[in-house]
Design a binder for this molecule. Sequence first.
Ligand SMILES: Nc1ncnc2c1ncn2[C@@H]1O[C@H](COP(=O)(O)OP(=O)(O)O)[C@@H](O)[C@H]1O
Ligand SMILES: [Mg+2]
Length: 253
Amino acid sequence: MARRKKIYEGKAKILYEGPEPGTIVQYFKDDATAFNAAKKDVIDGKGVLNNRLSEFFMTGLNQIGVPTHFIRRLNMREQLVRSCEIIPLEIIVRNFAAGSLSKRLGIEEGTQLPRPIVEYCYKDDKLGDPLVTEEHIAAFGWASQQDMDDVLSLALRVNDFMSGLMLGVGIKLVDFKIEIGRVFEGDFQRLVIADEISPDSCRLWDIETGQKLDKDVFRRDLGSLTDAYSEVARRLGVLPQNATQMTKPKLIN
Ligand SMILES: Nc1ncnc2c1ncn2[C@@H]1O[C@H](COP(=O)(O)OP(=O)(O)O)[C@@H](O)[C@H]1O
Ligand SMILES: [Mg+2]
């Protein structure tokens, strides 16, 4: 069997050349990183959960007419996606204050914001993904005004979809980060939600108890990350059976 060509290895995923032109295979690793990779660990089963959860969210978005890069899941850790030209921005949508916003503006974590706030960070690990304004984005040509209009409306649609979905299972969507890419179809370009949507890229709090069910569990040493992600998957009806345990076969008499 021919060896596949690795296109890129990042902190959480590996990209391989896909079977057809214009496609990529996204492999979800078990590696967890935080604070721009200053904190690292391997968390058994995280990749499997994120692959499933990202599939679940992206499929739902496709169904309500929000285009995503997702084509189909290939196996426990891999999904086939459309290759796109990633806009070099982390697009953050916040419903409640947390993390860097709380720190920057001195707002207590958990405070509901007057309306969803969309922020942009320039995707550059060496610089620590700094916050930028639309002025920087326009002046440096990272995205056109038309792109940014579309980015904003896509980000807000993802927010409404994800907030509603989470609310239905007793979870508050505090904030999340997405990446958006361009796909080219003849003379036209279209923007699609790319990368992943998973508890790695969202803040998810239990509505009743405030328990954190996202990557803050790892960032702040609050317990088992796979337990938290499994809980999200279980509530959403993804992973009905204990699929993260599949590496440990059970003896049957
Ligand atoms: N559909 C896509 N086409 C091309 N690149 C993508 C696509 N989806 C995600 N990517 C890129 O692949 C990388 C995913 O790997 P990840 O481990 O998250 O990387 P990083 O450490 O840079 O965050 C990211 O750089 C992301 O921008
Ligand atoms: Mg990433």
